[in-house]
Ligand binder design. Structure first.
Ligand SMILES: Cc1ncc(COP(=O)(O)O)c(C=O)c1O
Length: 344
């Protein structure tokens, strides 16, 4: 089976399983889990932020950030294909009581310019306007095909947002992929963001978990919301032990996933009726257009499955994501299968 649906499907390595079996643990709700504490200290060190909090998922990390940064009745601004808007099942409306202002990135990159953001802001105290409470960014941008935002661009957006007293949250589920692609540190890529959520359980390969980083004050409040949401996980050091290995060892191998993604994109570009811009594949996500094949994405995904290959289709697009359980041979097999499915 070649599972290209997401980088969330990776299985923990033998080393992770061994570390989980022997992890020192304690009750993390009391702050007593030494392995979680070590992971949090390491994460805040790497991101050069004051504090960090281990959370069960990226969704919980993002939603805690939205809740802590905003007041009910405000709105958050996000690029229209952002994860927080499209794939967190309406959580911000329910938990934080905020509405969401989606903004189109006119160049299709998923990376908003300050002018695009400024056009929808409402930060003056005009009583009949919904007040903007938070700017949410995403790096890499999942639905835009893993596109990356440079540290300079992020700094410019944060500087402008802060000038309007607007905090900035970074959904950095795949921020280490961005760092690899740009040869910049995750600290630089998020230096001016007020909070960052990054996932251990995606390209980094841990079975479970994300980390929120930010100021002492932000993390103190976030800890309360984690408990309220049922994310106080007691002896979860067994999970953090795998997360620690992911954090220390996996960033150095992400370039392999990016090379595999580019090889996949190049192979797909060689199939006549598939539309893909190879130059835009910057990290581990490959999204391509199948509208000229005469088949639906559902039909192609089903045919791939018959060949033991798993991908995700939406509309005229198919998404394939490379990760540590995908080899160069798997990429070759996927291109061959796509070729015979589309050409027949
Ligand atoms: C960009 C982005 N943010 C957040 C998440 C949510 O992570 P989780 O599945 O751990 O809730 C995902 C998951 O795919 C994602 O792609």
């Amino acid at each position: 089976m070649i599972d290209l649906r997401s980088d969330t499907v990776t299985k923990p390595s033998d080393k992770m399983r061994a570390a989980m079996a022997t992890a020192a643990v304690g009750d993390d709700v009391y702050g007593d889990d030494p392995t979680i504490n070590r992971l949090q200290e390491r994460a805040s060190g790497i991101f050069e932020k004051e504090a960090a909090l281990f959370v069960p998922s990226g969704t919980m990390g993002n939603q805690i950030a939205v809740k802590v940064h905003t007041d009910p009745g405000q709105e958050i601004v996000i690029e229209e294909r952002g994860h927080i808007l499209n794939y967190e099942v309406g959580a911000s409306a329910i938990l934080a009581g905020v509405t969401i202002r989606p903004v189109k990135s006119v160049d299709g990159s998923g990376i908003l310019t300050w002018d695009e953001i400024a056009a929808v802001l409402s930060t003056d105290s005009i009583y009949d306007h919904t007040q903007t409470g938070l700017l949410c960014l995403e790096n890499t941008h999942n639905l835009a095909g893993g596109r990356v935002m440079s540290s300079a661009h992020c700094a410019e957006l944060c500087e402008n947002a802060h000038a309007h007293d607007l905090p900035v949250h970074m959904d950095g589920a795949r921020i280490f992929n961005a760092a690899t692609a740009l040869s910049e540190s995750v600290a630089d890529l998020t230096r001016h963001c007020d909070s960052v959520q990054f996932c251990l359980s995606k390209g980094l390969g841990a079975p479970v978990g994300s980390v929120l980083v930010g100021s002492h004050e932000f993390i103190k409040e976030a800890r309360i919301w984690r408990k309220r949401l049922g994310g106080g996980m007691r002896q979860a050091g067994i999970l953090a032990a795998a997360g620690m290995i992911a954090l220390e060892e996996s960033p150095a191998r992400l370039h392999q996933d990016h090379e595999n993604a580019r090889a996949l994109a190049r192979g797909l570009a060689g199939i006549e009726c598939i539309k893909i811009d190879v130059d835009k594949v910057a990290t581990n996500i490959v999204i391509f257009d199948i509208s000229a094949t005469g088949k639906t994405s559902g039909e192609i995904v089903a045919a791939l499955k018959d060949n033991g290959i798993f991908a995700i289709g939406f509309g005229n697009l198919i998404r394939m994501v490379t990760h540590l359980d995908i080899s160069a041979e798997d990429i070759g097999s996927t291109i061959s299968a796509m070729f015979s499915i589309v050409e027949n």
